[in-house]
Write a protein that binds this ligand. Sequence first.
Ligand code: SAH
Length: 391
Amino acid sequence: MSNRPETNKQSCPVYKKCGGCQLQNLSYPEQLEFKQKKVEKLLKRFCTVEKIIGMKTPYHYRNKVQAAFYTDKKGKIISGVYQSGSHHVVGIDSCQTEDVIADKIIVAVRKLLPSFRMTTYNEDTGKGFLRHILVKRGFATNQIMLVLVTGTPVFPSKNNFVKAILKQFPEITTIVQNINPYRTNLVLGDNQKVLYGKGYIEDILCGCRFRISPKSFYQINPVQTEVLYGKAIEFANLKGSETVLDTYCGIGTIGIIAAKNGAGNVIGAELNGDAVRDAIVNARANNLKNIRFYKADAGEFMREAANEDEKPDVVFMDPPRAGSDRKFLESLIKMSPKKVVYVSCNPETLARDLAYLTQNSPYKAQKIQPVDMFPHTAHIECVVLLTKVLR
Ligand code: SAH
């Protein structure tokens, strides 16, 4: 194509093998156009779709980077990502979507392994020590967490290893060993030991401070998350006395920002216990007393709340890719809040849930705003405002 407005600056040598950046053959403006069309195709029957909000600099946006390891027949250690649809490790030292410092830390750890006689885990045999590395960085605080996922708990030279990596990267604020002895696709196991620092990092979003543990969910593109949450809060248009539910709340981000932006009373629900613990700490760290969090399946939580005749004014919902479920949506209709703000990371399940809501209740989509949280990939995030329309 000769008249591209902006060509993709960094074409990646492992584009095909990795499969993570499905849209890399398109320039960034073309990617945005592609996503806009896809959202419109799926959602325009519900209401007009606003123009997707893209990134100014759509590179190195990921604040969380994960690497798998593999030792080849000659004993050379490779680190990188799994080839899409397989468990074959594609070696990469840097990636256009990943944080630059995180990538450097991963390469440094890989280079240190032989001198510490640390083996890499072999998925076929279930033998070997280091399975994965996870690096999370708070972009606003520059706090960095290194998580070493090991197949066995015994870490023979851990103190020297920690010293060696800190010598190269004094900016690392915490190092955690996570133990995953199971034959599983899940990266993280249940047990962990803090080897250095506090065992968590913090970040700042929309003026609020958040604690992030190794296992709790945190949006991976903080620059665009501020845009996304900004829209969610704008759609809720809080006046100061509303009761707000933050469902699928993770570490409490949306609810806490809502509480800082005028909500009278916030209740959060989340399935992951680590995330709920972080949410409770986060509410305290932001000096908020009008907010409570429950560890619960969101559908169950909604059913109970509806049975107890709770009448929230606004319900935020931010389910995982699978979308919400019937139990949740039925209870939502029963509770009948003035506004529903649906944050979605999968327009297909969003379309399904919107179809259910609009067919079975007076709710109607008033605004649909796509936000590009994942440049170069095919993933699309949207925030939708629903209100009741009398028929
Ligand atoms: N609102 C948060 C988290 C969104 S990700 C944020 O923006 O950071 C979706 C969250 O839903 C994850 O934290 C996940 O643990 C949680 N989750 C997944 N299934 C759930 C369920 N059935 N009930 C409650 N929470 C669930």
